[in-house]
Design a protein around this ligand. Structure first.
Ligand SMILES: *Cc1c(COP(=O)(O)O)cnc(C)c1O
Length: 457
């Protein structure tokens, strides 16, 4: 057998020609999105008022397992894909583990994360439809950056509502988006009626949340001509686009006769993890393989591990469709001490359903300081400065590799390293200066938030 290289670099021909739609192969489908006032399942026409039409179609597609990737999208993918699949020999050695550790490195483009994989098709379909403007929200900033790049490429104007806490913590992110031509507005803002109401309710000093920023971006889209709203995670269409992470990983591993025993990823809205696991989950559903799936989230925003599986709003203003998902409640605002992303109150309906059906085996929540311990150790050993979000997966991959040392099992571990952490220096700084704290919401706080979940029968 050929020795696996440190870095498996596939050639361009390996860029998938089709995305893989896990929904089509799920025996029990994720429950549908519901229109808030009628509580009826959302149709393509309903969704098309907010989203692009082709993306609305993809959102509701439970039938086609494979969807063609248009050539113009593959052309942009060529600038940074296939992303390398790394074999973490140095980490294995440092941990003295017999485990084989692989990671798909998605930080290899200017946006610094996997978000570009969905930004490109979303901007492309908007252009195909003749739209001139898009709006979106961004938290930590990677999505806004990726979408700014894609909109610049396809010649579309973009307005980004950026969670105010991040806008102030990460001014460089804001500037990168401006370089790519985006109009960046801190949220809540007084540019929209919903923003004004939130400033009124939450006070002028509020740091905002993704849920607030989504409401503003949607209001902006529906109240302007030729404008639609796009979202960087959570939705089925985004998991679909991200399936290229899993397809490429699987193709690279097959070249060396490898198949993962344990598949790990961080979950914010669940798009990168949903994309990584898609083809492997397909195998599990078809019973050809049985990998063990672990989704990792922050203890400060624990939607899978402590949330409820319930219909909830996707935003604070309650104007978006209801989604059945693991949620800590749409007006849950994570502590400002929480540094990284992964702050969304809900979770992808597909990931939620797979977890509820125990096809995803485990959700593990980790406190922030533990994440940074792993991030710094990994940086020193593997020479990549990981995003705090990605470090959730690193931490659990390292923990699993240490377990393998103890049981002397040579398991194959695969995780997705979703991005780099160059814009997270204030968080790294707090950690290095030992000023980082761990915030874990109390049962009381979660209970208060659960009481406001909408009732849906
Ligand atoms: C957005 C982001 C995440 C979390 O989003 P998912 O939709 O759960 O993938 C994780 N890591 C990085 C680097 C991100 O930018």
């Amino acid at each position: 057998m050929k020795k696996v290289p440190y870095r498996i670099n596939l050639t361009e021909e390996y860029i998938p020609k089709q995305w893989y739609n896990i929904s089509a192969d799920m025996i029990d489908k994720a429950p549908p999105l519901l229109i808030p006032n009628t509580r009826k399942p959302a149709t393509i026409d309903d969704l098309s008022q907010v989203f692009c039409r082709e993306l609305s179609r993809q959102e509701l597609d439970n039938e086609n397992a494979y969807i063609d990737i248009p050539e113009e999208i593959r052309d942009y993918y060529r600038t940074c894909r296939p992303a390398p699949l790394m074999r973490a020999y140095a980490l294995e050695k440092a941990l003295c583990t017999p485990a084989k550790i692989y990671y798909k490195f998605e930080g290899n483009n200017t946006s610094g994360s996997h978000k570009l994989n969905s930004a490109i098709p979303q901007a492309y379909y908007a252009k195909q439809e003749g739209l001139k403007n898009l709006t979106t929200e961004t938290g930590a900033g990677q999505w806004g950056t990726a979408l700014s790049m894609a909109c610049a490429h396809f010649g579309i104007d973009l307005t980004v509502y950026m969670v105010k806490g991040s806008y102030n913590q990460k001014p460089q992110r804001r500037t990168v988006m401006q370089v790519f031509g985006a109009n960046v507005i801190p949220s809540p803002s007084n540019k929209t009626n919903s923003g004004k109401a939130m400033l009124e309710n939450l006070g002028k000093d509020t740091t905002g949340s993704l849920g607030c920023a989504i409401t503003e971006a949607v209001e902006h889209a529906v109240s302007h001509e030729n404008t639609r709203y796009v979202l960087g995670s959570v939705l089925n269409q985004v998991l679909l686009h991200q399936s290229i992470i899993g397809l490429e990983s699987k193709a690279a591993m097959e070249l060396y006769d490898e198949y993962p025993d344990i598949i790990i990823g961080c979950v914010g809205g669940g798009s990168s993890y949903g994309g990584l696991i898609a083809p492997f989950m397909g195998d599990k559903i078809k019973k050809t393989h049985n990998p063990y799936f672990i989704a990792v989230e922050p203890k400060s925003c624990p939607s899978l591990s402590r949330g409820k599986y319930s219909y909830d709003y996707c935003d604070v203003g309650q104007i978006t469709p209801l989604a059945k998902m693991y949620t800590v409640g749409s007006d849950f605002i994570p502590s400002p001490d929480h540094a990284g992303g992964l702050r969304y109150h809900g979770m992808s309906p597909i990931i939620s359903k797979l977890y509820d059906d125990k096809l995803i085996d485990e959700a593990r929540a980790i406190e922030q300081t533990g994440i940074f311990d792993a991030a710094v150790e990994f940086a020193r050993i593997e020479g990549i400065l990981p995003a705090p979000e990605s470090s959730h997966a690193i931490k659990v991959a390292m923990d699993e590799a240490v377990k393998c040392r103890e049981t002397n099992e040579a398991k194959t571990i695969l995780f997705v390293l979703t991005g780099t952490g160059y814009f997270d220096m204030s968080a790294y700084g707090a950690y290095m200066d030992k000023k980082m704290t761990d915030y874990i919401p109390t049962n009381e706080e979660l209970k208060n938030s659960f009481e406001k979940l909408p009732e849906v029968e």
